[in-house]
Design a protein around this ligand. Structure first.
Ligand code: SF4
Length: 379
């Protein structure tokens, strides 16, 4: 039997400092060499201890996220990549490195280019007001220099990440930012709405009434504006928050949205393999200690039923603007989507939030603005 394709994610749990809106697991200090060596050894051990779980997959994408992966030296990635090639069926056609703009040099990018053919740069804003409001440490100049360095290193697939809806943002500031993005012309763009995650500094500030965000209707207008601007200048809007030039959709993230298998390595990394969802403990020291002792670190494990996998695939699939192919879905799951959701689906059609055309179920433009409400209905 052939191997099933899967994605491979590596979580790097280090940052220079913690950003006030971020709830990803990371320690707010760059790693010392000794910790890095331990981390590398632990990752290898994790792969070896999980080998039986991984044997039936061919890993066709690599995504190193975090945290701030660009804090780690090239030797770390070269060493781990060779290990993965030796121990797994690992043939990535797309390999992404997440990076922060500050201090990203041409020398570094040239050194990691033999491994990574895609760079995801955490720009977050191309307005000084935005970077300040988001508490970022880099400047617009840093973003432009990092982007130019990536081009000079001949990285041909660059994604830029942005946040909209930050305190003080207006449609005019957004338009100025989009014009700057157009000039840079990255292959891929992610635009995420700022959300207040529990446990972050922004969440605390908002609770005390000390954070003033743009009103909801203004944020909706911003989302619509991002869509129309980027589509107008030639990007395909292919997922609720993601835009790409033709041929540059993120193959790795498509595994998540298409509910296909993925392996997550490192602390706080999630996996979805053999219909089982797992998440490794969010604690680097416990992660290192467990693996030093030759045991897997604690993991939350959830075995999904066929019905749960079906519902999850519906929600994830609707994130894609192409929607869900009803014919393929029927072949993949034993449920008929229309019969399963019945009246709930009809109500969403009547409200103009969902539509079916060419045998695909998808969110309408209005549905995209109210996507979370639609998902709550279908979950
Ligand atoms: S936003 Fe990025 S750089 Fe900031 S704390 Fe989160 S992972 Fe680290």
């Amino acid at each position: 039997m052939g191997l099933e394709e899967a994605a491979l994610y590596l979580h790097v749990p280090f940052c220079r400092a913690k950003c006030p809106y971020c709830d990803f697991y990371s320690l707010p200090q760059p790693p010392e060499e000794e910790i890095l060596r331990k981390f590398l050894k632990a990752l290898k051990k994790e792969v070896l201890l999980r080998r039986a779980e991984l044997e039936s997959y061919r890993f066709v994408t690599l995504y190193v996220g975090g945290g701030t992966p660009s804090l780690l030296p090239p030797w770390f990635y070269q060493n781990f990549y060779e290990f993965l090639e030796k121990e797994l069926t690992f043939t990535p056609q797309e390999a992404t490195l997440e990076a922060n703009p500050e201090g990203l040099t041409l020398k570094y990018l040239r050194a990691v280019k033999s491994i990574f053919n895609r760079l995801s740069l955490g720009a977050q804003s191309l307005r000084a007001e935005g970077l300040r409001a988001l508490g970022r440490r880099h400047s617009i100049d840093d973003i432009k220099k990092a982007f130019e360095a990536a081009r000079n290193a001949e990285i041909k697939n660059i994604s830029l990440d942005f946040i909209f809806g930050w305190p003080g943002q207006t449609l005019i500031l957004l338009e100025q930012e989009l014009k700057e993005i157009k000039l840079l012309a990255p292959e891929h763009i992610s635009y995420y709405e700022l959300t207040l995650e529990e446990g972050t500094a922004f969440y605390q500030k908002a609770r005390k009434g000390k954070l003033s965000l743009p009103p909801e209707d203004e944020v909706i207008r911003m989302y619509e504006f991002v869509h129309s601007f980027l589509v107008e200048v030639g990007y395909e809007h292919y997922e609720i928050s993601n835009f790409a030039r033709f041929g540059f959709r993120c193959r790795h993230n498509l595994f998540y949205w298409e509910a296909r298998p993925y392996l997550g390595l490192g602390p706080a990394a999630a996996s979805y393999l053999h219909g089982r969802r797992t998440k490794t403990v969010e604690d680097l020291h416990l992660y290192l200690k467990s693996l030093e002792e030759g045991v897997l670190p604690p993991r939350e494990v959830e075995k999904l039923t066929e019905e749960e996998r079906f519902r999850e695939a519906v929600i994830l699939g609707l994130r894609l603007l192409g929607g869900i192919d009803l014919f393929l879905f029927r072949k993949r799951f034993q449920y008929d989507l229309r019969a399963y959701y019945g009246a709930r689906l009809r109500r969403l059609f009547e409200m103009g939030l969902l539509e079916i055309s060419d045998n695909h179920l998808r969110l309408t433009q209005k549905g995209r603005l109210l996507a979370n409400a639609v998902f709550r209905e279908l979950v």
